[in-house]
Design a protein around this ligand. Structure first.
Ligand code: HEC
Ligand code: HEC
Length: 197
């Protein structure tokens, strides 16, 4: 499809200049078949990208800044609890009260249960797969939807893979993760290459 290939950069610019990708593709957007078959639609984010630069900086210091649409509001509220931030999955991620309140509001306001995007809705329904390994804080990577989507991956590809380390490192495998793009066409597992389903 040479036409589409040449159109693609123009399309991307047009979409970007609209300021909101969802305006342009609002109907066919979450249609998986479209994304898979017609590659050129893939820049459409599955989950709304992070637009809050303070959040991107503060919560992107140790791992990628997860999009708010990857967890429901009650999970973000637990994670952003002041006490929870001092013992954040084993790290101290505490913030000043003003900053904490601001970022907590950003996360809960844009949480998966308030998103119209199908991918976010999937993260909204099922909080816990029960596989929390004794941890009290919710995780994106233990939601039932996440576990189901990643059940073909072996530990050698993930936690025993020095270039990945854990499922929390979305952007090591999902090339477009920081832009909110998670479709399987853009997956490359370090040391294993492109994912062929
Ligand atoms: C000081 C480093 C640090 C900072 C700052 C930090 N985190 Fe984390 N975060 C971690 C670590 C470590 C993990 C566990 C990663 C792992 O298991 O591989 C984690 C995990 C998470 C997870 C679970 C990921 C999963 O597996 O589903 C979420 C959600 C999260 N952080 C959100 C946040 C938010 C929101 C902020 C900003 C308030 C933040 N983090 C700031 C260190 C940090
Ligand atoms: C070790 C590599 C790896 C990591 C880390 C990883 N993923 Fe994935 N992810 C994959 C692979 C491979 C698939 C495709 C699985 C399949 O289709 O069988 C996938 C699929 C997905 C899908 C479904 C895509 C589709 O088209 O159906 C979503 C959504 C997703 N991942 C989100 C995430 C998020 C969010 C994180 C971080 C919290 C993450 N992934 C971390 C490898 C990874």
């Amino acid at each position: 499809m040479p036409h589409f290939q040449r159109l693609y950069p123009l399309l991307a610019i047009a979409v970007l200049s609209l300021g909101s990708v969802s305006l342009a593709f609002s109907d066919s957007d979450d249609d998986d078949e479209h994304e898979r078959n017609g590659g050129w639609l893939s820049p459409r984010a599955d989950v709304a990208p992070v637009y809050n630069s303070i959040y991107a900086e503060e919560c992107g210091a140790c791992h990628m800044a997860y999009q708010p649409g990857l967890l429901p509001a009650n999970a973000w509220a637990q994670i952003m609890n002041p006490a929870a931030l001092t013992d954040h999955y084993g790290d101290d991620a505490s913030l000043s009260e003003a900053l904490r309140a601001e970022l907590a509001a950003y996360l809960t306001d844009n949480a998966s249960d308030f998103s119209s995007r199908t991918r976010s809705r999937a993260f909204a329904v099922s909080l816990d797969s029960g596989d929390n390994s004794g941890e009290s804080l919710p995780r994106i990577s233990t939601t039932a939807y996440f576990v189901r989507k990643h059940d073909e991956l072996s530990p050698r590809m993930v936690k025993d893979n020095p270039e990945v380390g854990s499922f929390s490192q979305c952007n090591r495998c999902h090339q477009g993760a920081t832009k909110g793009i998670y479709n399987e066409d853009q997956v490359r597992i370090p040391g294993y290459g492109r994912w062929e389903d």
